[in-house]
Design a protein around this ligand. Structure first.
Ligand SMILES: Nc1ncnc2c1ncn2[C@@H]1O[C@H](COP(=O)(O)OP(=O)(O)O)[C@@H](O)[C@H]1O
Ligand SMILES: [Mg+2]
Length: 467
């Protein structure tokens, strides 16, 4: 693994090197150039003053040159050489010179009758040389070579360079230390987060990351905690579901086992009793079948990979279909059914799910009702959708149970529900199916008694209905 920390420090170091190289070269180069510039503007003037004085001489000789120079201020020059037109040295103060190329400069100056200037920086000094031709009445009589050795200014630049270097080292050490410490702190926090993630990944869903600070890493930690919370609750739900489901399946299986055991063990059981027991076994099996079918339906609704292809469904037609099946039950329970159904309420859903939603709600309204009670089914078209309400005058749902009513296997009165053949899964299916098509379901108390379930579906777009 390429540590983020090394990448970060590496990047900063590269940037720093670039900056420091610039800091150590650019000011030196430009101040050196400024000195060259200054030499170029001051030396030629001084040289031409010397040259014009020497040009007035009729004859160039050691003595005559020395005579002229005595009256000029030539103290700034380290060496002065005067040559005649043939390049032969007439006068030489002796002392240091610049490089060998200066001889070439003298010859060139004589040949082209032009001034040749040269200035170099050796690190210790600025060596500047200048050859100016001497002329009298248009002919070249010789040339004067002036050499200047300026160590003073070189010294200034040199100490400037040293100071810059010391400063650079200081900056580099400080910057690297700061970046190192800063990245170490960040890395420590990231590693803590990774440790928390590993703990949760290993199954410790109760683990919560300790949040420090208010920056992006803290935000990451908060998001992670939220995610863990969700995971924990999903995990809890899953466990509860598995245990509820096994419990739900265990009961009918135990009855079947008991009934069949008694038949097997009791050899001279009267045929009528045997028939009765087998009928009971059949009922229990049927109950198991219903529960498993509902569980399958729920897991299909739960599965995000299963794509439902909704079609326009006429809700009134689905309600009428459900009523056909439920009227006998209502009659048996002495419950009156009233309905008030608007035309043209179309919803994007599957026929089958719409039927199940309405069937389950009306079935509950009948089952959990009282003799001579009533069920009112009404369907209305709203501005932005469709509203279906199922109202009953039955036993009602205690307020504290209402939030859980759509949970799997949840029943207010287990005995009554089981007696009525219920599994506690009907409302879960209703809820999930309604949500699958973008709808919502709520439950409230019906006055003076009973419950009212209200389902709302969004209005299909004209694109969906194809109208
Ligand atoms: N209309 C209603 N009136 C009173 N209680 C109801 C009504 N509808 C549902 N319930 C309660 O909600 C529980 C869950 O309903 P449901 O999921 O359909 O399961 P089931 O009908 O199989 O028991 C029922 O057991 C019952 O206690
Ligand atoms: Mg039910």
């Amino acid at each position: 693994m390429r540590s983020l920390r090394f990448q970060f420090v590496g990047f900063v170091a590269a940037l720093l090197i670039l900056l420091l190289v610039l800091l150590n070269t650019y000011p030196i180069i430009s101040s050196r150039d400024a000195v060259f510039e200054e030499k170029l503007s001051s030396l030629p003037g001084r040289a031409s003053a010397v040259a014009s004085s020497l040009s007035s001489l009729d004859k160039l000789s050691r003595e005559s040159v020395a005579e002229v120079l005595r009256f000029l201020d030539v103290s700034g020059f380290a060496r002065i050489v005067v040559v005649d037109h043939a390049g032969l040295v007439v006068y030489d103060t002796g002392g240091p010179t610049g490089s060998q190329t200066d001889i070439g400069d003298i010859l060139r100056a004589l040949e082209n009758s032009k001034t040749v200037f040269r200035s170099v920086f050796s690190g210790k000094a600025f060596s500047s040389s200048m050859v100016t031709p001497l002329s009298a009445e248009g002919t070249i009589t010789g040339a004067v070579y002036l050499y200047e050795y300026d160590a003073e200014r070189a010294e200034v630049i040199f100490s400037f360079q040293n100071r810059l270097r010391a400063l650079s080292i200081g900056i580099a050490v400080f910057a690297l230390a700061t970046v190192g410490i800063f990245s170490a702190l960040i890395m420590r926090r990231l590693q803590e987060l990774v440790r928390s993630m590993r703990a949760v990944a290993a199954g410790d869903y109760g683990h919560r990351h300790v949040i420090k600070g208010q920056d992006e890493i803290a935000e990451l930690g908060e998001e992670f905690n939220l995610l863990t919370e969700r995971l924990e609750s999903t995990e809890q739900q899953r466990r509860r579901f598995v245990s509820d489901a096994s419990h739900e399946l265990k009961t009918p299986l135990a009855s079947i086992r008991l009934l069949s055991d008694s038949i097997v063990q009791n050899e001279d059981m009267p045929p009528d009793t045997v028939r009765e027991f087998v009928t009971d076994i059949g009922n229990e099996a049927q109950r198991l079948q219903r529960t498993t079918e509902k569980l399958l339906e729920l897991s299909r609704l739960d599965d995000n990979t299963v794509k439902f292809s909704p079609e326009p469904v006429d809700v009134k037609q689905a309600a009428l279909d459900a009523l056909v099946f439920l009227r006998p039950l209502a009659k048996e329970k002495q419950v009156h059914i009233k309905s008030e159904l608007d035309e043209g309420c179309v919803v994007m859903a599957s026929q089958d799910h719409m039927f199940q939603i309405i069937f389950n709600l009306i079935e509950n309204a009948i089952k959990y009702n009282v003799p001579e009670g009533s069920v009112t089914l009404s369907l209305k078209g709203l501005e932005d959708g469709v509203e279906l309400s199922v109202e009953d005058t039955g036993i009602g749902i205690p307020e504290e149970d209402r939030p859980q009513i759509f949970s799997r296997f949840y029943r207010v009165d287990k005995a009554r529900s089981r007696e009525a053949g219920g599994s506690g899964l009907g409302l879960s299916i209703v809820h999930d199916a309604v949500s699958a098509y973008g709808g919502s379901i709520t439950v409230e108390q019906n006055k003076p008694q009973g419950s009212r379930f209200i389902v709302r579906f969004p209005r299909p777009t004209s694109e969906e209905t194809g109208i």
